[in-house]
Design a binder for this molecule. Structure first.
Ligand code: F6P
Length: 358
């Protein structure tokens, strides 16, 4: 029996997407008779029927390639059921494309939003298998998503490079790491880069406490301080605000978490402070060896699930085992850094400040 597999990548890109696509394709071609249809730019392509019959050769030479050969887009889940100006019923359109293409299953590579729509399509009767990707590592049910370790390596390299210039000039350097809701990337790269202060969305900070670290280091003849701040970090006052109010407040003041922290430290302590925003560099380029392996493992497991006709699931890493979760159990459940996370405790035991009260 020939199986027709649709595959799409949705949401923000990350290193490892092509390695995972390759894993699904190669293992499928090896294990059973199949045809693969590439869907362009995530759910946009599925809605609009923008697809391509793939050749086996197209999955060759892409293991180390950054980005995604299929293209991606953000098609927010909250709008999936909304009929907008174009009068398109997006869910019906996606089901129609699936039917027209005579697909036996759909493989969706993405983060939280992607998994919510994957679950919706599964509930609508499509055979769906998810693969967990995001540099944010904020997907419930898997220890790690692919893309996270590469981004951690990049962010750590940024911190390392900032370290030497910070020490030379005796400056406070505030490095803004990606992650709006979840602080995993800031936490791990902050520990790896030897940051003195780590500020994450899950632990609202007091700038007075951060200033105390800078002053204490200066008293101990350490003229520089490295602060790793997540894009979505907030102080205790901001944490009490609604999201819209917080964003307006940020826009009216210093635009970004790092600029905000740097300016407040200049005002409060009178130090030379600089903000550095590596931004999308953290999502670019070739996947690390770890992510190549994880993406391949995830891709191959997805092919095994197709072979065994297990649908409505997403692939996951638990301990050292590659396994899967039901989409309905994980869709829409964000994985934030718990306050008692072991890595938080380890960082605190190392003397790293999270900007809380001493
Ligand atoms: O989801 C990954 C991520 O890089 C987040 O860390 C970041 O907040 C967001 O995407 C940025 O989105 P965009 O690429 O749309 O600017």
């Amino acid at each position: 029996m020939k199986r027709r597999i649709g595959i799409l990548t949705s949401g923000g890109d990350c290193p490892g997407l092509n390695a995972a696509i390759r894993g699904v394709a190669r293992a499928s071609y090896e294990m059973f008779d199949c045809e693969i249809v590439g869907i362009h730019d995530g759910y946009r392509g599925l809605i609009e029927g923008d697809t391509q019959e793939m050749e086996r050769s197209q999955f060759s030479g892409i293991l180390t390639l950054g980005g995604t050969i299929l293209g991606t887009s953000r098609t927010p889940f909250r709008n999936m059921r909304k009929i907008e100006d174009d009068h398109v019923d997006k869910v019906e359109a996606m089901k129609k494309t699936y039917k027209n293409l005579k697909l036996d299953c759909l493989v969706t590579l993405g983060g939280n939003g992607t998994h919510k729509t994957a679950n919706l399509l599964s509930e609508e009767g499509l055979n769906v298998i998810g693969l967990p990707k995001t540099i944010d590592n904020d997907l419930y049910g898997t220890d790690f998503t692919f893309g996270f370790h590469t981004a951690m390596d990049i962010a750590t390299d940024v911190i390392d490079r900032i370290h030497t210039t910070a020490a030379s000039h005796g400056r406070v350097m505030v490095i803004e790491i990606m992650g709006n809701k979840a602080g995993w990337l800031t936490l791990y790269s902050g520990v790896a880069g030897g940051a003195d202060v780590i500020l994450i969305p899950e632990i609202p900070y007091r700038i007075e406490e951060v200033a105390k670290v800078v002053e204490r280091r200066a008293r101990n003849n350490k003229g520089f301080t490295i602060i790793a701040v997540a894009e979505g970090a907030m102080n205790k006052e901001e944490a009490k605000m609604k999201k819209k109010e917080r964003e307006a407040n940020r826009a009216a003041t210093h635009y970004s978490a790092s600029a905000d922290v740097a300016q407040q430290l200049r005002d409060m302590v009178g130090v030379e402070a600089r903000a550095v925003v590596p931004g999308h560099i953290q999502r670019g380029g070739s996947p690390s060896a770890y992510d190549r392996v994880l993406s391949t493992q995830f891709g191959v497991h997805a092919a095994e699930l197709i072979r065994d006709e297990i649908f409505g699931v997403t692939v996951a890493l638990k301990g050292n085992q590659i396994t899967h979760n039901k989409l309905k159990d994980i869709a829409g459940v964000p994985k934030l850094v718990p306050l008692d996370d072991q890595m938080v405790t380890i960082a605190k035991d190392m003397g790293i400040s999270f900007g809380e009260k001493d």
